[in-house]
Ligand binder design. Structure first.
Ligand SMILES: Cc1cc2nc3c(=O)[nH]c(=O)nc-3n(C[C@H](O)[C@H](O)[C@H](O)COP(=O)(O)OP(=O)(O)OC[C@H]3O[C@@H](n4cnc5c(N)ncnc54)[C@H](O)[C@@H]3O)c2cc1C
Length: 463
């Protein structure tokens, strides 16, 4: 059924051939470092030859809208006004072919499969993300968390059961399975007395452990949450790599605690569970070094998603309000140094034990991508070895993703899916978190325009 849904035009196939991005492509020879700056300049509009005219125009239109800070900053309010005025159907008719189509894979299995299949033919791998997350004050009941678990299990199933799923990955938000309030409480308690990873593992296996500092109801909820996480990990091990997202500093230690417990239980011979490290945090480098040493001590494989971090403004405002030190680096340059330092620490351990350490360089930043590629050459890490890969969000910085794929790197796109109503809050949050990136994608817009002009000229020439 899937095959019959995918129609690739001949020009698209010939461009793919030109780009050399077949799924089976293997690139073994490492390029000389000086050649890297030329091949990874990300200045070739050819990357967009694989897009249809409609996709080019849509991307240009959506990015143009994203270049207005007023629109991006207030997109949540504007969207809810539009939804009220147009009604559910009218709003969907407006959003679906534009913002939704740019950043979301689709609503039903057929639409998702179609998007994934197309991505796979471009040499990009999907990393599915169920758009469910909660912050403080948004907690829902146990039933809702159980439903969320079913949605995650479905995501595991979609991720690995198809032809396009080569070494599939998916993202997981712990706050979709465990209340943010409990995560905050655990974070506070852990600062006084650490929890034992072995106890968490026993609780995952169903033992009725009593965790210190929690009342009966909180303890029961933690036990349910750990069992939910265990169920997802059991379903995904040996099939799908589960990348746990990092969220806010007031709950991240609890998220890392349960993630480390899952790593200890499930990552004995390979990294199936990964943790995320936000390099905008002053403590990020020490957290990575701690994780590396814990993985050695406890004997588990470590998978790392390295990001700069998405919640800068909220973290800063909260620290100011509570009279705490700002946990975020003072400048973007400091965040960049922190990113490069953590990247280097991981690449060094990967060069020694590529089977036990893995990283996804999750960034749209071209300089970071080049730093990673350069260091891989210096340390002799293979592009296609599977221990280092790159990640960007669907619909963003395709010139970076497509160029990396063309050069033989392993590259994932983070792909949300679901109905317009389900994905809207997710899209609004992502737009606001990534507004610096969205407003800075002038280069992608220029390349899209160049490709558009090239096609129009070609059309007029042949007319
Ligand atoms: C596949 C994928 C998964 C992701 N998962 C997560 C996740 O789990 N958790 C999460 O928090 N984020 C996540 N993100 C988002 C990520 O953290 C960034 O918000 C986003 O990628 C923008 O950073 P960049 O490196 O791509 O772009 P850049 O434009 O190079 O960097 C922008 C980022 O730099 C930092 N920054 C900007 N200005 C300053 C300043 N003045 N001082 C200090 N730092 C500054 C901020 O983190 C900002 O987001 C993910 C991104 C991707 C691509």
């Amino acid at each position: 059924m899937l095959g019959s849904r995918v129609h690739l035009s001949l020009p698209l196939l010939s461009v793919l051939r030109q780009m050399g991005t077949t799924a089976a492509r293997t690139v073994t020879a490492a390029r000389e470092p000086e050649l890297l700056s030329a091949t990874l300049a990300f200045e070739d509009p050819k990357a967009f030859q694989v897009k249809t005219m409609g996709e080019l125009l849509r991307a240009l239109g959506v990015f143009r809208l994203c270049s207005f800070p007023l629109l991006v900053n207030n997109c949540g309010t504007l969207m809810s006004i539009a939804r009220r005025l147009l009604g559910k159907r009218g709003f969907s008719l407006f959003v679906r072919p534009t913002v939704y189509a740019q950043f979301v894979a689709g609503e039903n299995e057929t639409e998702i499969f179609h998007s994934m299949q197309k991505m796979s033919l471009l040499g990009l791998r999907p990393m599915l993300a169920v758009p469910i997350e909660e912050d403080l004050g948004e907690s829902t009941g146990e039933k809702r968390y159980e439903n969320n678990m079913e949605a995650m299990l479905e995501c595991v199933h979609i991720s690995h059961s198809n032809a396009w799923s080569k070494d599939p990955m998916m993202q997981l938000k712990v706050t979709a399975l465990l209340s943010p309030e409990l995560c905050v409480k655990l974070t506070t308690l852990m600062a006084q007395k650490p929890y034992d990873l072995n106890e968490l593992i026993r609780a995952m296996d169903g033992e009725p452990i009593s965790f210190h500092g929690l009342d009966e109801k909180e303890n029961a909820h933690l036990l349910c949450g750990l069992r939910r996480l265990n169920k997802i990990a059991e379903a995904s091990v040996n099939k799908v790599r589960v990348l746990v997202d990092a969220e806010y500093t007031y709950m991240n230690p609890a998220l890392s605690l349960v993630t480390m417990a899952m790593m200890k239980k499930f990552n004995k011979n390979d990294a199936w569970i990964w943790n995320t490290y936000q390099c905008y945090l002053k403590e990020s480098k020490s957290l990575i070094l701690e994780a590396i040493s814990l993985s050695k001590k406890e004997g588990f494989c470590l998978g790392v998603k390295l990001v700069r971090g998405a919640y800068m403004d909220k973290e800063r405002k909260l620290a100011q309000k509570e009279g705490r030190h700002d946990p975020i680096h003072n400048s973007w340059e400091d965040t960049n140094d922190s990113y490069n330092g953590s990247l280097n620490a991981m690449l060094e351990v990967i060069s020694e034990q590529p089977e036990r350490y893995k990283i996804i360089v999750a960034t749209h930043n071209e300089a970071s991508v080049r730093v990673a590629a350069q260091r891989m050459v210096e340390l002799g890490i293979r592009k296609d070895g599977g221990s280092v890969c790159f990640g960007q969000l669907l619909g963003m910085c395709d010139h970076v993703s497509l160029t990396l794929a063309k050069e033989g790197y392993v590259i994932y796109k983070s792909v949300p899916y679901g109905s317009v109503d389900d994905t809207l809050p997710y899209l609004v949050r992502r737009a606001q978190e990534n507004r610096t990136v969205l407003q800075g994608i002038r280069k992608e817009r220029d390349l899209l325009r160049q490709e558009l002009h090239r096609r129009l000229k070609h059309k007029m020439g042949t007319a």
